[in-house]
Design a protein around this ligand. Sequence first.
Ligand code: NI
Length: 188
Amino acid sequence: MAIREILEVPDPRLKTISSPVVKFDDELKTLVDDMFATMYDAPGIGLAAIQVGVPLRVLVIDLQPDDPDAEPEVCNHGGHQHTHQPTLKQPRVFVNPEILEPAQQLATYSEGCLSVPDIYADVDRPATCRVRYQDVEGAVHEEDLGGLMATCIQHEMDHLEGILFIDHLSRLKRQMVLKKLDKLRKAA
Ligand code: NI
């Protein structure tokens, strides 16, 4: 597993429309492993292949990156007390994902992106969606996603079309955000 370089705005490669994966081979598995290593290292909760310069329709997501210091959680639902393990890694891979049924209802999350470091902004997206995707072996799956997972996969799927979350903002807001990013980079 290797950590790869993450492309950042305004790298023009981030505007690439990614191609479908047709070969479910060892090269794909290496790409996925490297994408997880890169995402956990950053750290982030989602990464599209184009963010490491590979124009293929591959996403990795983990909403619960491991926290080695997390205490077990004591929980009281269902009328009896029990203990949950601290959050554990839940790596998810989506190859050639498609959204089948986006909800009418929108949800707003403050989004960020490893390609737009240190910038966060509210984006509205369908609150739930049904997704069809393939795994690294090429098997097809369908799944209903909601909450942060729905937002995250839609954000990552935008990358496959060359779209960043800041492209959902007004032109004025986007310019402000890019100026702020410029300032942060100069200060660093
Ligand atoms: Ni992103």
